[in-house]
Design a protein around this ligand. Structure first.
Ligand SMILES: Nc1ncnc2c1ncn2[C@@H]1O[C@H](COP(=O)(O)OP(=O)(O)O)[C@@H](O)[C@H]1O
Ligand SMILES: CC(=O)N[C@@H](CCC(=O)OP(=O)(O)O)C(=O)O
Length: 294
């Protein structure tokens, strides 16, 4: 018999403890614009989500789309500035952000999941008032900081066997306000409100790198704070790791920062002994082990 098939069967058998561990769990997956890649990579991501759902995990997808927003702004001749990893967003920009995230990117992911035999429904933070925001910082314009989360709609979709796909665009406290929310911030707020078992942040680096450029497989919140303070964590990794810490504070069990360009990145993390990327969790002992090496 072809040895590959034997290996495939063994891989499935070895996944049993992980499948059992994550059965009925809720996993929020942040799919960053840089991790999205071409149609084949998108189809592969979609297959991973459908497989997770098939084995009893409830995946909740929160996506970004920064590069796609950049492309459209460029076509329209609108120039963006960035402050501490967030896009300064004026009225014209927030309209483009909503069109690209809630329209183009959201529906591309929904379509990809449906094409793989799953059931996906795309919403934004506006739907059912999922994510209500205030202005994050006057300097940033219409950039939102989530202050009120109404996650029942996500629970309802999951209970119906549907994979929610969420664009990080939100409503404000006043009528007709629209806010652009950083994708990582939105994913963290949603995972926190759901007290998710895992928050996976799929990006375009293999994980959080230490001083010598090595990928750190396990990090504590204390280490993250030290690495931000001494500049080892910089740029876009700052909002990402700060989001991770906030999500842990709200009761998310562990946050993993991993390379979304890696084939089957989410499956590798959840269902194999190897895991993937950098896992951030507190050092406090847990009652029930939830990670391969716990
Ligand atoms: N210590 C670090 N480890 C890994 N990446 C880091 C670190 N410090 C800064 N970075 C930068 O953070 C980037 C990831 O953030 P970002 O580009 O915002 O991701 P995304 O677009 O997927 O949300 C990496 O590409 C890398 O350049
Ligand atoms: C406030 C802010 O910066 N919003 C982001 C929203 C999209 C995003 O976060 O996309 P990635 O995950 O692909 O980076 C933006 O305008 O680009």
């Amino acid at each position: 018999m072809n040895r590959d098939w034997i290996a495939t069967a063994r891989t499935l058998a070895e996944a049993l403890p992980y499948l059992q561990r994550f059965s009925n769990s809720l996993v929020v997956v942040k799919f960053g614009g840089n991790a999205m890649g071409d149609d084949d990579a998108m189809a592969e991501f979609a297959r991973d989500m459908v497989l997770m759902r098939q084995v009893g995990v409830n995946p909740v997808v929160v996506h970004g789309g920064g590069p796609m927003i950049n492309d459209m702004l460029k076509k329209l001749g609108i120039v963006s500035e960035w402050v501490r990893g967030k896009r300064v967003t004026d009225k014209a920009t927030v309209e483009v952000v909503e069109m690209i995230l809630s329209g183009l990117v959201n529906k591309r992911i929904v379509q990809a999941i449906n094409d793989e035999g799953g059931r996906a429904v795309g919403i934004s933070g506006k739907d059912d008032d999922l994510m209500v925001c205030v202005a994050d910082d006057p300097e940033l314009g219409f950039v939102g900081r989530p202050v009120e989360m109404n996650v029942q709609v996500i629970r309802d979709l999951c209970a119906a066997g549907i994979i929610p796909v969420i664009a990080p665009v939100a409503t404000g406290m006043a009528d007709n306000e629209t806010f652009n929310v950083n994708g990582d911030t939105a994913a963290g707020a949603i995972a926190g409100a759901l007290k998710a078992d895992r928050l996976l942040l799929l990006t375009d680096v293999p994980g959080v790198k230490g001083k010598d450029g090595e990928v750190l497989t396990q990090i504590t919140p204390e280490q993250v704070r030290e690495m931000i303070a001494d500049g080892t964590i910089a740029g876009g990794m700052i909002p990402k790791t700060e989001t991770a810490l906030a999500a842990l504070d709200q009761g998310v069990r562990a946050v993993v920062i991993l390379d979304g360009r890696l084939p089957n990145a989410s499956l590798l993390e959840l269902f194999t002994e190897h895991g993937a990327g950098s896992i951030i969790r507190s050092t406090a002992p847990r009652v029930t082990p939830t990670h391969p090496d716990e």
